[in-house]
Structures are given as C-alpha cells and as structure tokens.
Design a protein around this ligand. Sequence first.
Ligand code: GLU
Length: 339
Amino acid sequence: MIMSTMLHRATAFAALLLSAFYLALPATAADLSPEKIEKVLAEAHKAFKGVKDGANADYIPALDEVDPELFGISLVTPDGRVYNVGDSKYTFSIQSISKAFIAARVIQDQGTEAMLEQIGVDATGQPFNSIEAIESIEERSVNPLVNAGAMAAVSMIKADSPEEKWAQIQGTLESFAGRELTVMDDIYASEAATNDRNQAIAKLLDAYGRLYDDVPVTVDLYTRQCSVGVTSHDLAVMAGTLAAGGRNPVTGDQVIDEDKVPEVLAVMATAGLYDDSGIWLYNVGLPAKSGVGGGIVAVAPGEYGIAAFSPRLDAAGNSVRAQLAIEYVVENLGGNVFE
Ligand code: GLU
C-alpha cells in the first residue's frame, strides 16, 4: 500500500517534471511529425489553389507564358525528409531566389567584410530594379538581393574566365539543391533580349566603381543565373540547407560554413520579398526570398526549409499563392523565429 502510494507520488512528480519541461520548450518548436506536415501542406494547397489574384510577370515575355494555375509546395527537414504537394515537379526559372545563394557564396568565399564593404546589407526601400536607389544612396549598391547588388555579387566571384565563373555560379546553386541544374533556354533568351534596364544598372554601378568585373559579362552571367530551372522540391532542399546550418540535408554535404548562415538569413529577412519584406517578416516571421518566376523560399532555422511556387504575382512582385501557403504552414507547424 505504502509502496504503491510512493510509486503513485513518484509518477505524479515525474509527470509534473515532464509537463514543466514541455512548457519550458520554446513556443516556436514546430510539430514536424510526418502526419502533421503532410496534413498541413495538403490543407494549404487546397485552401489557396482557387486564389486567382495577381498576374504572371510579363516584363520578361517568356514568364507570361507559364501556366498561371501551377501550384506546388515542398518542405524539407534537416534530417532529410522531403514533403511535396501539387506541382512540385514542374520546372520554372529560379529568378531572384538565386540571389540569396550567390550572396551566400560571396560571404563564404570572400568574408563578411567584403560583403559589407563591396555591396552592403541594407534595405533600399525601392523596387528590386531601381536606378533611383543607386543614384540616391551614397554607397550605390546596398544589398545583394536587389538587381544592383546581385550583379555586384556576380562580379565579385573570383574566376579566370566567364566560363569558370559560370561554373561556380551553377555549381553553387547545384550544391544547395543537391542535383544538377540547367539553364532554361527560352527564359534566358527572352530575358537577354529585354534586359536593357539591368544593362543600365550594371553600367551605372560600374561608373561608380561598384561593379568588379566586365559589364556585359556580368549582366550575361546574372541573366543566365536567373534562368536556371528549379522545382519547388529543389528550392525546399536549398532552403533546407540553410535551415540545417549550411549542410544539405539530402546529400549531407556542408555547402557553406555554419557560422555564415546567420548572415545570409539576415539579408533575406531584410530584403527577401522586395518592398514587402517588412510586412512579410511581421506576418510570417521567417527569412525568405522570392523570384518573379513565382517561387518563394523560406527558412525556419533548425526546423525546416519550405518553398512554394505559383506564377501569379502581387504588385510587389511576390507570388500570391506562395505567400499564402507559406504563411499558413508557419502558422500551423510553428517556426516563426520571433515567437
Ligand atoms: N531576372 C530578373 C530581373 O533581373 C529577376 C527579378 C526577380 O526575380 O526579382 O529582372
């Protein structure tokens, strides 16, 4: 009798300790059981696949031809589990999402100071292809996630020839994605034929001494970089690599040093969603990067990388459905870095 009372008390005490332990867990700890992830991704896809707001980007003509109904969501955990729903195998152009990973390459190879001094890490408060930002901000390029800073980043990659530099750009994107990636020729041709504004930006930066390689070579490599084809699955692995401290969760390769990852995420948090980066961070609480091809990646550090793709964009240039889907997943799985 006494024994059983003692046992009972011990069990109650253990239960108390256990519940105190769980209560002490950070509120952000996401529930990442396979069932929960599958359920939440399916719900997000179902909830937003009927949303028709926004429009494909049309300033690059080939982007306007992509089926606007496509919609895929993918999530990757640091232990290498991959979850997909919808059109997660459809290949679209990475566009500006590539900028985050090339910024990572520059930070990794040339260091924090080089990024700060030769490009910068502040928001411009201007559209991604702003010429006014170059004219009005004394440092000229201030962020590797807008076109000016992204072309400066391309120009900083050290190589002996354009081919060698391209190999580094492609190789970087591939190591984050964990597979071979190729340029989508139709997108590349379409953008190369219409990228006068980016040529002007590069020329202007060069005039201010803030472009570090030949202008036409840099614009061409940047245009090719934006035309690399990816799926939402690929992008989730890329985001998952950042979520896992720079180690690709599928291949196991350490792509960038763990101590460089917070710098990449900080730039994404500052400027990842164009002019709506602030409202995105306020609402969702994850560093992210979007592209005019309709993709968005977001990183819940230590928890998961997520990507969504759907071509219709809002006025700021961010995919409407991809934003809704990622916000829904974060609300339902957890992961907001500020909670
Ligand atoms: N290649 C596009 C451009 O330079 C990228 C824009 C984007 O995705 O934000 O205009």
